[in-house]
Design a protein around this ligand. Structure first.
Ligand code: AMP
Ligand code: ZN
Length: 139
């Protein structure tokens, strides 16, 4: 637990939330500033900042929950689809520094599009890129 972390305080019950789901590893609650009706957050209970820091058992619990919770959230508000969004670092839009996954219900014409200025894969660069990634994966 991090004492100055708002989501740790929610896990500890020191700050209230609209709890959607809880087990020993994860907590899910309604986002207080929803992008759309039903916007829900899923967090590992262990305090960590980015996805790569999540203890493997807690990440597994997140992985077990999302496929079940996503449709439940979307269907409960009659949404046609849903996004899972997870921001790592301020430059990626992370504001709360306790790792979390957004479930965002989507509907046609909801105006929630994001900038997606697609480029084109540089096929000359791709092999070097693969090498660089694989090297860092350690196998
Ligand atoms: P991010 O930009 O990915 O860090 O998103 C942080 C999210 O946490 C935002 O969507 C906020 O609306 C949400 N949030 C912040 N404080 C609370 C809170 N006390 N209860 C529920 N959601 C919160
Ligand atoms: Zn925390």
């Amino acid at each position: 637990m991090s004492t100055d972390c708002i989501f740790c305080k929610i896990v500890a019950g020191e700050i209230p939330c609209y709890k959607v789901y809880e087990d020993e590893h994860v907590l899910s609650f309604l986002d207080i500033g929803p992008l759309s009706k039903g916007h829900t957050l899923v967090i590992p209970k262990h305090h960590c900042v980015t996805l790569d820091e999540i203890p493997v058992e807690q990440m597994a619990a997140v992985g077990r929950l999302l496929p079940k919770l996503g449709p439940a959230v979307a269907q409960s508000v009659g949404a046609a689809g849903w996004n899972v969004l997870q921001n790592n670092g301020p430059v990626a839009g992370q504001v709360v520094m306790h790792v979390h996954f957004h479930i965002i219900p989507r509907n046609e014409g909801d105006g929630l599009g994001y900038r997606w200025p697609a480029g084109e894969l540089d096929k000359n660069e791709a092999p070097r890129l693969l090498e660089a990634i694989t090297e860092r994966m350690g196998h």
